[in-house]
Design a protein. Structure first.
Length: 398
């Protein structure tokens, strides 16, 4: 490892992996250092629930990109950056090395917030954010019987499905009035809960964890509504909180994420931020498509052809056994003015579709049970849809 690089990337996750791949494709000529606090760099975290369930192997998580072999690239695995000094354009690593940079990219991702627990409870509490998490959960699950997943969003439901596949009794605890309340409307969330019930996954809504006690190797979870539940494995999936402490320490502007302009440039012109830690115009997104779009735009900028990041409408797909689900756009508009919707429900075949329009402009969609029209819907989001085309779009035939 040398004492200076043209580019230093902090983070070895999916944002960093995509950026490095794109830089290689564009022929970035400079020396690069990638600092990752994990031993494995750039694997596909989306497949972690599958790894936990045993439906895929660790090797399947590798993305197939070969930027690691670039002679201009150095990887510092199992290391972290403990300090950024923008004035000196220098970072300090956890092993004490001080590295100079010309340009710096922060891709530190996010973490799952959770309450403070008694140290005795901690061995029973997990998150599912990386390979080590998946391995620890799987080891603990081998002797567990009842798992509690706290959080009924995308990651929580995929974790619950994986634990169910391992043969555990599973409950999902969600503070919202319905599952995936950020992406789904109430009827779709109710449909989803009904499906999970058929898989023997219990859903508890409108409450949260207050505190957890431990007795005889079992956790008793005390909830804010006064009820209790026992579990011997607890997985927190209560959202993503951007990792911004390093940026704040460096004096960079932060507001619920590291603030950037449309070119992913922070308040320091030589420092950029991408992925779940970044807050570009339009807000922070914990979706792979947004991360990839940011990395693609930044790669062009770093290669001398500046490209602005433009946030497009993103769709969400749930990967849970027996469920086809897709949501995009504004599925819960707060303003009812000039709002119209088209709803199709087929309870026998477990199909639910809702398209939301403001005037003739498509602003949101929820599809469950049959999602063949998902791509077409994303392409037409925020565009005018002629009345004659609405039925085809709603039924997936247009």
């Amino acid at each position: 490892m040398r004492d200076g690089y043209q580019l230093v990337v902090i983070g070895g996750g999916m944002a960093a992996n995509r950026l490095m791949h794109q830089l290689q494709q564009l022929g970035f000529p400079g020396s690069t250092l990638v600092v990752s606090n994990e031993k494995s760099v750039g694997y596909n975290r989306i497949l972690l629930p599958g790894l936990l369930a045993g439906t895929c192997r660790e090797g399947d998580l590798q993305t197939g990109t070969n930027w690691h072999q670039n002679t201009n690239t150095t990887i510092a695995p199992a290391q972290s950056v403990v300090k950024i000094c923008p004035r000196r354009q220098r970072v300090t690593l956890s092993n004490g090395c001080k590295i100079k940079y010309a340009k710096l990219v922060i891709a530190t991702g996010s973490h799952v917030p959770q309450p403070d627990f008694d140290p005795a409870v901690q061995p029973y509490v997990f998150t599912l954010r990386n390979l080590r998490d998946a391995q620890r959960i799987k080891t603990h699950a081998a002797t567990a019987t009842h798992a509690l997943v706290v959080g009924g969003g995308l990651l929580g439901l995929e974790a619950a499905d994986a634990l169910h596949e391992l043969g555990l009794k599973v409950s999902v605890l969600h503070r919202g009035s319905h599952l995936m309340n950020r992406q789904l409307d109430r009827p779709a969330g109710d449909y989803l809960a009904q499906h999970l019930a058929t898989q023997s996954i219990n859903v508890v809504l409108n409450t949260a964890v207050n505190h957890v006690t431990l007795a005889a190797g079992q956790c008793r979870v005390h909830m804010t509504d006064g009820t209790t539940m026992t579990a011997d494995l607890i997985v927190f999936a209560t959202g993503a909180q951007p990792n911004i402490a390093l940026a704040e320490q460096a004096g960079l502007a932060c507001r619920g994420g590291i603030c950037t302009n449309q070119f992913l440039q922070t308040s320091d012109p030589d420092i950029y931020a991408i992925g779940e830690c970044a807050r570009p115009p339009g807000g922070t997104y914990s979706l792979v498509d947004a991360t990839h779009a940011q990395a693609d735009a930044l790669a062009h900028t770093l290669c001398g052809t500046p490209r602005a990041y433009v946030q497009k409408t993103l769709g969400t797909r749930l990967k849970v056994s027996g469920v086809l689900l897709f949501a995009a756009g504004d599925t819960q508009p707060t303003c009812a003015e000039n709002l119209n919707d088209v709803v199709i429900q087929d309870r026998f075949n477990h199909i639910y579709r809702r398209l939301l329009f403001r005037g003739n402009r498509l602003i949101g969609a929820v599809l469950m049970g049959e999602i063949s029209a998902a791509r077409e819907i994303v392409n037409k989001m925020n565009q005018r849809v002629e009345p004659a085309d609405i039925d085809g779009l709603a039924f997936g035939t247009g």
